[in-house]
Design a protein around this ligand. Structure first.
Ligand SMILES: *[C@@H]1O[C@H](CO)[C@@H](O)[C@H](O)[C@H]1NC(C)=O
Length: 115
């Protein structure tokens, strides 16, 4: 059910022909190793940039998670940036040629403070 409604939202938010889907990381913790997974099809761009944003504000860029990520890897293991804990974070995948061209948003997720 949740997956279906999410894909409807993504379809509305991303009118461009991209099938990229970005998953919310599992319990990401500020400054600690985190896995980020995404789904893709052959029609997606070969690389993309991945930003961490505050979902409650349209242009609240918190950090650049990766640039020129290879789409067909499907995942990266990375050091999550040091950020305040909060529950309105979101990943935004954008075109490497034009960061205003959004390819996909992840679901909104929480970032935990380090233990
Ligand atoms: C996100 O933005 C809201 C205001 O819209 C702010 O209250 C909140 O602290 C921000 N969260 C983070 C993690 O920056």
């Amino acid at each position: 059910m949740r997956v279906i409604s999410l894909s409807v939202i993504l379809a509305l938010a991303a009118p461009l022909a991209s099938a990229l889907t970005v998953a919310a990381p599992t319990n990401p913790t500020s400054g600690e190793i985190t896995e980020i997974h995404w789904g893709f099809t052959a029609s997606d761009p070969a690389t993309f940039d991945l930003f961490l944003v505050n979902s409650t504000q349209a242009f609240d860029l918190k950090a650049i998670i990766g640039e020129n990520l290879q789409t067909n890897l499907g995942q990266i293991t990375t050091l999550f940036p040091v950020e305040a804990s909060g529950n309105t974070y979101q990943l935004r995948a954008v075109s490497v040629d034009n960061v205003d061209r959004v390819l996909a948003f992840s679901p909104v997720f929480s970032v935990l403070a380090p233990a």
